[in-house]
Ligand binder design. Sequence first.
Ligand SMILES: Nc1ncnc2c1ncn2[C@@H]1O[C@H](COP(=O)(O)OP(=O)(O)O)[C@@H](O)[C@H]1O
Ligand SMILES: [Mg+2]
Length: 227
Amino acid sequence: MERTIIKTEHLERVYATGAVKTYALKDISIEIEEGEFVAIMGKSGSGKSTLLHQLGLLDKPTKGNIIIDGNDVINISEKERTRFRLHELGYVFQSYNLIPELTAIENVYVTPMARNLKKEEYEKMAEEVLTAVGLKDRMYHYPSELSGGQQQRVSIARALVNKPKILFADEPTANLDSASSEDVINLFRKFNKEIGQTIVMVTHEKDEGEKADRIIWVKDGLLDTDK
Ligand SMILES: Nc1ncnc2c1ncn2[C@@H]1O[C@H](COP(=O)(O)OP(=O)(O)O)[C@@H](O)[C@H]1O
Ligand SMILES: [Mg+2]
């Protein structure tokens, strides 16, 4: 049975910069099923990142509602939202945001470590997920000793180590060459197929969007139903 994991109702996000108001999202109602790999596509400035930030609880809409896994995530406390972000959601961005002073495995286990797990436990979790992204032989390397594609794979491992309900990615291949980009998308596809990972990915690459189960097209802060 398909189960809705994300539902938005009439999302609006207005940015007010001085006297200027930008309606980044005007009225977005979508549903995403558990286990779906969804791409969000549209022109630059269409509202893709803003939409992803609302779904990922990195920002709050000015109007509308968001239900994640049955929880009204707009009207819960900041503390609950933080718990949700830490335990239920994972993020991959265009920049890898790795800590340069930490090895790959240390970068990956920072979050499980913060959950008061035993060292053997969080080390094992990090090792497993780094193996799954193909970096078993690079675990003790520092970010500066890794290629861009490898660094992005570390950041994917870090996003997945806590087994989040949803993985969010905003243009994860924007800084990568075409071969590394393909690796990243294939990894997403693999985690989606093998462990049923729900993935919501913003991309502007048509061929990447086509590897997802479904594309949500956005135009001027609205769903683009002409696509
Ligand atoms: N923090 C912000 N303050 C003001 N305007 C913003 C902010 N972030 C985005 N915008 C504006 O909102 C619109 C949508 O931006 P964004 O969601 O980043 O688009 P995309 O990711 O599709 O390129 C754009 O017009 C952008 O300039
Ligand atoms: Mg963007």
